[in-house]
Structures are given as C-alpha cells and as structure tokens.
Design a protein around this ligand. Structure first.
Ligand code: GTQ
Length: 344
C-alpha cells in the first residue's frame, strides 16, 4: 500500500483547502493504517553502570526535594524528546539518597517501582509505608498519595515505570502536591500484605479496585516461587518459565494499564523467536546473557535495561541462570481487543 502521487492539480487543491484546516486522507492513509506496527520505537539497551554513574552525579546537582523526583528518563532513541521508552510507556531511574525525602504528591498516572539497588528505603502509598529491597515490585495506583524516603545508609535506586504517555494520549492528567512532605500514615507496615496478599481476604470484602490492593510484591517470594516451579522442568519454548503479577482479588493484572512479569531462564536456555504487539521493557535481575531483537544484539548483565518494540521478534540466550523482570501495556491492548502474538 502506498499513497497516490501528487499532481500539480492535486497539490493546488490541497493548498486551497489547507486554510480551512482540511487535508486529504489519501495522502496519508498508508501511514495511518499501517500493515504492521511501526512507531519509530527501536530496540535499545541501557548499561546500568553508565546510567548509575550519571544518576549519582545528578545526586550532587539537585536534591530529591528540589527535583520533586530525581529521575533520569530512559528515552527510546527513536522517540527522543517525548519522555517515553515505548509509544505508551515511560521509564526512569530514580535515586533517593540517605536522609532524603521525595515529597508527597498524587497524580492520575499509575506507577510501578522495580528496585535495582539499595536496601531499606521506603515508599508510602495511600497511608501505608513499605520498605523496599532489590527485586521488589511496588505499585503506586492512580491518584494515591505517595512519598519516598531513605533512612538507610546507602543510596536507593529503582526503575520507575509509568503510563505517562497513555494518560497524555487521553488528556486525562491531574496532579497535586500535599502540603506536607510526608503523608500521614493510617495503617501499620505490612497491613495490605496481611489483608490481601496471603490467599485470604476480609470476610465481607467485595470492593474491586482496578489496581491490586497488594502494593509490594517482595522479590524473596517471587524468587522462591520460580525456584520451586523450576523443579517441574516445564519450559515454554519462547519464555522459559514466565509468570505474571496479579491482583489477587480479581486474578487480573496487578495494574490496569501496565502488565508486569517475572521469568526464569536456566543456564544455556535459548528461547525461540517470539513477537507480540506490546512493546516490552526488560530489567535484568540476575544472570548474564544476550537478546536478539530484530537485527539488534543486546548483551546483558544484572541491572541492565532493554526495550523490545512492538512486533519485533525477540530471542533470549541465558549464559547463566537468569531472571528477567518485564512490563508492557498488555492489559490495555487485551481489553481493547488489539493484542496479538506470534511464536516461532
Ligand atoms: O515517583 O511519583 O519517574 O510522579 C515520574 C513521575 C516518578 C514518582 C517518575 C513521578 C514519579
């Protein structure tokens, strides 16, 4: 499919209608309704040690309080200037130094934190604090107050994944600051996990919120589950062993706009080529290996971050036991009937 050629008569017609804010569909149709996905989003890998250096340097330039959030945005090389890692998703690395507070605010954008390094810093969400360890997946639901702090003696760095471009697309952004830096706490630490995350629910609980009421999924438990399941040796040829995080109340994805996953690839495992319409951000939690994304080869080590654009074939090779966290807009595409995948 290609657009019909311009002729002098056509061009002069286009010029005539232009002041009335009209434009011919046939000149742009094949760019709007493409045969296959292709947004300009390209495969790319960020080497963690490089970004980490810059982030610590940023830590000397501005405080978490002044910045509100001290974050370096991971911008897809094909989408520069748009603050996005894929067409629909945002990624950034956030640093909170010992003694700092990132002040309380709330917004309609949903956020996930995936902890890269540090131990014992906290985030408070909707009146409850949770301490964070490397590998934890933590959720900030839409419109919940949240502030971050670090009482430990080491810097804390995590990956922020937000649906900022989606909310931008819908023009549905609202945000506000709380008058005080830290929100009042209304529940003890561990309350949400005990109430919703132990295979139990309060007897009369019916409220289904779109976001999981469990807001910290500790790595310790996730890793234990992967290790237990590994005994079964039931490997998926495209994914190894891949699990998705769920909202325990509904069984749906943990977040309404972002799907999150954790997978184990045993040493030597090479996945078959796979593609899907949800462009996906991967974070290496453990291990070394390589991913081939279209024609691009990405060699990875722990804490590296890479992006697989929509419909690019990807295959992973694990050179040691590897654990990969990933996130994408899959829940949204599935609800809209748009999601497709292809194996092999
Ligand atoms: O921690 O609330 O990376 O509001 C971007 C926007 C983090 C946050 C980001 C945010 C936050």
């Amino acid at each position: 499919m290609s657009n019909p050629a311009d002729t002098p008569e056509r061009r002069s017609f286009y010029n005539k209608i232009d002041p009335d804010h009209l434009t011919p569909l046939w000149s742009v149709l094949s760019d709007l309704v493409t045969k296959e996905p292709g947004s300009g989003c390209v495969p790319y890998l960020w080497h963690y040690p490089i970004v980490r250096e810059y982030l610590l340097e940023a830590g000397e330039l501005i405080s978490a309080k002044e910045a509100e959030r001290r974050v370096l945005i991971l911008e897809n090389p094909g989408l520069r200037g748009q603050s996005r890692i894929t067409s629909s998703l945002y990624a950034g690395l956030q640093l909170v130094k010992p003694g700092e507070v990132a002040p309380a605010h709330r917004h309609t954008q949903s956020a996930l934190r995936f902890v890269i390094e540090g131990s014992g810093a906290h985030t408070a969400v909707g009146g409850e604090k949770t301490r964070m360890e490397a590998g934890d997946f933590v959720i900030t639901p839409s419109w919940e107050w949240h502030d971050h702090g670090n009482e430990s003696d080491q810097p804390m760095i995590w990956l922020d994944g937000l649906d900022i471009p989606m909310v931008q697309f819908f023009d549905a952004s609202f945000a506000e600051m709380l008058e005080q830096d830290e929100q009042p706490l209304t529940r003890p630490e561990g309350d949400s996990m005990a109430r919703y995350g132990e295979g139990l629910l309060p007897v009369d609980y019916t409220q289904g919120t779109p976001t999981s009421p469990v807001f910290n999924y500790p790595y310790e438990r996730t890793r234990e589950a992967l290790e237990a399941l590994r005994q079964q040796q039931q490997w998926d040829i495209c994914h190894g062993l891949k699990m998705r995080y769920i909202n325990p109340v509904s069984g749906d994805y943990a977040m309404p706009t972002i799907g999150t996953f954790m997978q184990l690839l045993p040493v030597g495992f090479t996945t078959e080529s796979y593609r899907s319409t949800d462009a996906t951000v991967f974070v290496i939690v453990e291990g070394q290996g390589k991913s081939v994304i279209g024609d691009t080869e990405c060699e990875w080590k722990p804490h590296d971050i890479f992006v697989v654009p929509s419909w690019f074939p990807v295959s992973h090779i694990a050179l040691s036991d590897a654990v990969l966290f990933s996130y994408s807009d899959r829940p949204v595409q599935k609800k809209l009937g748009l999601w497709r995948e292809s194996r092999g």
